[in-house]
Design a protein around this ligand. Structure first.
Ligand SMILES: *[C@@H]1O[C@H](CO)[C@@H](O)[C@H](O)[C@H]1NC(C)=O
Ligand SMILES: *[C@@H]1O[C@H](CO)[C@@H](O)[C@H](O)[C@H]1NC(C)=O
Ligand SMILES: *[C@@H]1O[C@H](CO)[C@@H](O)[C@H](O)[C@H]1NC(C)=O
Ligand SMILES: *[C@@H]1O[C@H](CO)[C@@H](O)[C@H](O)[C@H]1NC(C)=O
Length: 460
């Protein structure tokens, strides 16, 4: 009980049956609201063999779940997670509205500035992987984030400040393959990083005030069994913020210094992940063509002037099999990105209103519960054995329709507060964000050369 119960916040909403009316017009899930606590058990992906056969498969765990090896003291409450999530979204919005003006800021710290606006709160980028750095390789647990570009880890001697982390802090002097990126190299000048003597300096400041500053370096990165030589990353000498006790961050964004770009020869800018639905299970992060899966529905990545995100085009929402009446300009005026680090999907205000209103209409038999700051459609399921929930689907360009599983519909604070896991932006022009609650259990493939994002359900 105690910690596990209140911090992990997972109820099992067990899928019991699935009913479609004779006319196929309305669709509901009957859900067994059986367990309120998370099992403190770490179980693997459903299809273990398939994922083990995937060469670059990295195990993903929820930072706040039982598979996480971080100490429980670092686990956040649902309110903290949501509040950090809002900080991240605010910085994405600040950045994108600033950028949509005209000049994409020139001058030094171009790249840092780009990143600065959104890594937001790391505590909302809930998923971590372990990678090896150096020779001999040292295992480090890092957050991975499709909304960040620069990879960094805390580095000895931590000239100014390192926060506490669980793994030993990476010590470059112990690695025979470590080298600094020189100040006059293309990777340094091309990114307008700073210089100190011959060292290239990087700095990333996140929306919530978290930051990492240090020198830009390269070393061998191991993603068992693959080895990437001369991988460039930030060696953090001054790091602080709400990073928990992770060693750093793996940047999977689209810009040139991201992991995805640096490994383009090897993996052709194709990667996929499955974010586990329950804190107690693990997902994966794959790189390369092995990321593809059968039954993948693909939607184009619209080309966009703001490079640091992966864009996606939402076209509609469906509740209980009934498409909501939302004018297409509601989506097109705002635009949307898909982000592994944002928790709750943010919709343009009109789209959210339509979703909320349809959802509430199908839920009138249940007692509503107090809203959170972010989530305004919450229910008290206390005393029920099972509840009947309307299905929710999202549509993307190219006839891609994804039916969300229950973990994609609800954000569970506890059984007396089970909330619709969507939120509306306040400004109709603010970017929509397809968040990680709705991505869970799908294999989400980023096929950058083909400019497509694909989804296949029930992957973990
Ligand atoms: C900043 O980045 C943009 C896009 O990557 C690039 O076009 C611009 O030249 C950069 N500015 C500087 C000063 O490097
Ligand atoms: C890399 O640069 C940092 C900062 O200037 C310096 O302290 C460190 O000794 C350098 N390391 C190597 C291997 O050159
Ligand atoms: C839901 O619960 C009710 C009352 O507890 C029960 O009668 C019904 O059979 C349950 N339905 C399902 C599908 O489990
Ligand atoms: C869109 O998808 C649905 C079901 O997935 C299919 O029945 C329909 O024919 C598709 N429409 C087009 C235009 O491809």
């Amino acid at each position: 009980m105690g910690n596990g119960l209140f911090t992990l916040l997972q109820i099992y909403l067990l899928f019991v049956s699935f009913s479609t009316s004779a006319l196929g017009l309305r669709k509901f899930h009957v859900v067994d609201v059986r367990a309120f606590t998370s099992r403190n058990v770490c179980s693997g992906p459903k299809d273990v063999e398939r994922h083990m056969s995937v060469k670059q498969g990295l195990k993903i765990v929820d930072r706040h779940g039982p598979c996480s090896t971080l100490p429980p003291v670092e686990k956040l409450s649902p309110e903290q997670i949501l509040s950090n999530d809002q900080s991240r979204v605010d910085s994405i919005h600040r950045q994108t509205s600033a950028v949509s003006g005209k000049d994409k800021t020139s001058g030094p710290l171009n790249t840092s500035q780009v990143t600065a606006q959104y890594g937001g709160s790391y505590s909302t980028a809930n998923y971590i992987v372990s990678v090896g750095i150096g020779t001999p390789s040292k295992t480090l647990t890092v957050i991975f984030d499709t909304g960040s570009d620069i990879t960094w880890v805390q580095c000895e001697p931590c000239q100014q400040h390192c926060y506490m982390q669980k793994d030993p802090i990476f010590d470059p002097s112990q690695s025979s393959t470590f080298a600094n990126v020189s100040c006059n190299s293309a990777q340094c000048t091309g990114n307008s990083f700073g210089c100190s003597g011959s060292s290239c300096l990087y700095g990333v400041k996140y929306g919530d005030g978290s930051f990492t500053v240090g020198y830009y370096a390269k070393d061998t990165l191991t993603l068992t069994p693959d080895i990437i030589q001369n991988f460039r990353f930030g060696c953090g000498q001054n790091n602080d913020g709400i990073f928990g006790e992770i060693a750093g961050l793996l940047g999977l964004g689209p810009s040139s210094e991201s992991f995805v770009s640096q490994t383009s020869d090897k993996y052709q800018r194709v990667f996929a992940y499955c974010l586990p639905a329950l804190s107690s299970s693990t997902g994966y992060l794959n790189f390369g063509s092995s990321s593809n899966m059968p039954n993948t529905k693909r939607t184009p990545i619209p080309q966009h002037s703001d490079p640091p995100y992966y864009y996606i085009t939402m076209t509609g929402l469906t509740v209980a099999n009934q498409p909501l009446q939302i004018t297409s300009t509601v989506f097109s005026n705002a635009g949307m990105i898909i982000d592994s680090g944002t928790v709750i999907t943010r919709l343009p205000p009109d789209a959210y209103q339509a979703l909320r209103s349809a959802f509430r209409q199908h839920m009138t038999q249940y007692k509503m519960a107090p809203r959170t700051t972010l989530l305004d459609t919450c229910y008290d399921f206390t005393g029920y054995d099972n509840v009947t929930i309307p299905s929710v689907s999202v549509q993307f360009l190219n006839n891609v329709s994804l039916e969300l599983d229950l973990n994609g519909i609800f954000y569970v604070i506890d059984i007396s507060r089970v909330c619709l896991a969507f939120a509306g932006n306040s400004n109709p022009r603010d970017l929509g964000i397809y968040g990680n609650v709705q991505q869970r259990t799908f294999n989400v493939i980023y096929d950058v050369p083909n400019e497509e994002i694909g989804f296949s359900p029930e992957a973990c």
